[in-house]
Design a binder for this molecule. Structure first.
Ligand code: FE
Ligand code: FE
Ligand code: ZN
Length: 292
C-alpha cells in the first residue's frame, strides 16, 4: 500500500458529531495497542505519547504498525488521533541547551507524526522558570519560528494551562500573544483543557458560552482543534493541575457533559486524561445523559 493513499481516518461522511476518546498506551504494538484500547472504551478517537516522558531515545516510529493501524482505524471509524508532545520539552526555557533540546524533539516529533498520517500534535507552551511571561512568550514564538517551515502537514496545538508553577499559556490572551508572534500561524491551533481552564479561573461550569465568546474574540474559534476533558481535584481558580475522574471533581458531570455535547466542539477530538482505569465508564457517562 502506498504511503500517500492511506487515509488516517474514516471517510468524512461518516464522521460522528462527538469524537471522544482517551489517552491510551502504545506499549509493545504501537498503534495496534492504542486502537485496541480505544475499541475497549467504545471510543472513536485517542491520544498517544510517541515517546516516554522520562526521556531517553524514542522508539522508532517505523515500529508503530502504522499501515495495519490506519486500516483498523478506517474499519472501526476512529477519527483524528492526537499525539501529545513529551513533557520534557520546554520551549520557554532560559537554559539554552534545554531550549534547543525542545526544538529538536518537537522538530523530530513533527516528522514522526507526519509519518503516522495524524493531523494534530498537542504541546504545553512552556514554563518561564523565573524569567516571567514577558520573557517566555517571545522565547516560545522564537522556537516555533525556528521549527515551522510552513510545509508541515500537521497542526501544532498550544494547550491552555492551569497557571501552576511558572507555566505560560494559561490565559487566552497569552496563547493569542504567542500565536501572533509566529510567522506560520496557519500551522497553529489550540487545545483547551477543562481542568486547566477551570483551575486557572475560567468558569466553564456556569458560563461556558462566555468562555467560548472570549476564546473567539482573543484567539478565534477556528483555532480550537482539540479538547482535553478532565474533572478537577482542586477548586475553581486554584491554579493547580490535578485531574479528577469525570463527575468526581469540582467541575462535575453535568458541566462536562454540556461541554462534550456543545456544538462548538462538534467533530473535534476530545480526549480524557483522567486517573487510571475508568475510561470506559467515564466515556459512557459523558455520552449517555440518562446515566447517573
Ligand atoms: Fe497536556
Ligand atoms: Fe491536558
Ligand atoms: Zn493537566
Amino acid at each position: 500500500m502506498s504511503e500517500e493513499t492511506l487515509p488516517a481516518q474514516a471517510t468524512e461522511s461518516t464522521r460522528p458529531e462527538i469524537v471522544l476518546g482517551a489517552n491510551v498506551s502504545i506499549a509493545k504494538t504501537g498503534l495496534l495497542a492504542a486502537i485496541q484500547e480505544t475499541l475497549n472504551y467504545n471510543a472513536n478517537t485517542y491520544m498517544i505519547y510517541t515517546r516516554s516522558n522520562r526521556g531517553g531515545k524514542a522508539r522508532p516510529i517505523s515500529e508503530f504498525h502504522r499501515e495495519e493501524g490506519l486500516v483498523l482505524m478506517h474499519e472501526h471509524g476512529i477519527f483524528d488521533p492526537v499525539v501529545h508532545l513529551s513533557y520534557l520539552v520546554n520551549l520557554a526555557s532560559p537554559k539554552q541547551d534545554t531550549w534547543e533540546y525542545g526544538i529538536s524533539i518537537l522538530s523530530e516529533e513533527i516528522q514522526r507524526v507526519e509519518y503516522l498520517g495524524f493531523q494534530t500534535i498537542v504541546f504545553h507552551p512552556g514554563s518561564h522558570v523565573g524569567q516571567g511571561e514577558d520573557y517566555a512568550i517571545p522565547r516560545i514564538a522564537e522556537a516555533l519560528n525556528g521549527i515551522l517551515s510552513g510545509e508541515e502537514k500537521i497542526t501544532l496545538c498550544l494547550e491552555t494551562m492551569a497557571g501552576d508553577g511558572s507555566k505560560v499559556g494559561n490565559s487566552l490572551e497569552q496563547i493569542a500573544d504567542i500565536i501572533a508572534r509566529v510567522e506560520h500561524q496557519e500551522k497553529l491551533g489550540v487545545c483547551m483543557d477543562t481542568c486547566h481552564n477551570y483551575s486557572f479561573g475560567y468558569d466553564i461550569v456556569n458560563h461556558f458560552d462566555e468562555f467560548l465568546e472570549k476564546f473567539d474574540q482573543t484567539i478565534g474559534l477556528d483555532r480550537l482543534k482539540c479538547a482535553h476533558i478532565n474533572d478537577s481535584k482542586t477548586p475553581f481558580g486554584s491554579h493547580r493541575d490535578r485531574h479528577a475522574n469525570i463527575g468526581e471533581g469540582s467541575i462535575g458531570l453535568e458541566a462536562l457533559r454540556h461541554i462534550v455535547h456543545h456544538p462548538v466542539l462538534r467533530g473535534i477530538p476530545q480526549i480524557l486524561e483522567t486517573p487510571g482505569g475508568k475510561y470506559k465508564s467515564e466515556i459512557s457517562l459523558l455520552l449517555n445523559p440518562e446515566l447517573q
